[in-house]
Design a protein around this ligand. Sequence first.
Ligand SMILES: O=C(CO)[C@@H](O)[C@H](O)COP(=O)(O)O
Length: 243
Amino acid sequence: MLEKLKQEVYDANMRLPQLGLVSFTWGNVSGIDREKGLYVIKPSGVDYNDLKPEDMVVVNVKDGKVVEGNMNPSSDTPTHTYLYNHFPNIGGIVHTHSPWAVSFAAAKMDIPAMNTTHADTFYGDVPAADALTKEEIEEDYEGNTGKTIVKTFNERGIDYEAVPAALVSQHGPFAWGPTPDKAVYNAKVLEVVAEEDYHTAQLTRANRELPQYLLDKHYLRKHGANAYYGQNNAKSKDHAARE
Ligand SMILES: O=C(CO)[C@@H](O)[C@H](O)COP(=O)(O)O
């Protein structure tokens, strides 16, 4: 069943390593057929080099249970299920371990809207949702980080279609879109802007003008009118040689 969707989801999964968004077996993409109430997701722990379209697992979006597939679905299936049920207009979801976005997630920092590349895809900062608490994990830990994502969007009044991504603190990014392929596109843009933001933050923090008096003192002393050199009476050999 859903052979066309399986191919689409397989193709989207294969773009993750191609785009440098995952290594080894990390990450996963799913895509949903809303009419049938079923979605397709990557099987858990399978190397992308070994993955085939027919390996995709079909899941019932109502209860997250497998309805077709020889392998276990992704360990993030509970999160995909939760997001499909709370973000009704999405058609595809992706989770990656892309390093720059994961760095912001580990730092529990939103990815701020700092340039137009960001604004072309995300209408505002991409939020860092809290990691699941110890109690939440003990209560019903099934790997469902969707709860914390939806809670963050609701509490902060963020439109999930205008900002199609979130960071799960200390874990990594989830992105979504109208199709699996668009979800992967959004995940790649997120990684690009995360890296750009990091460098912008470094540049703006480091961009301190050296005061003119220090320029004068250090440059003129060695190359110019020696206005300062004589004051300390210390003469370097090369200076003495030049006299
Ligand atoms: O972050 C984790 C595991 O800590 C997962 O998201 C893996 O990155 C993907 O797991 P599978 O989809 O292969 O189960």
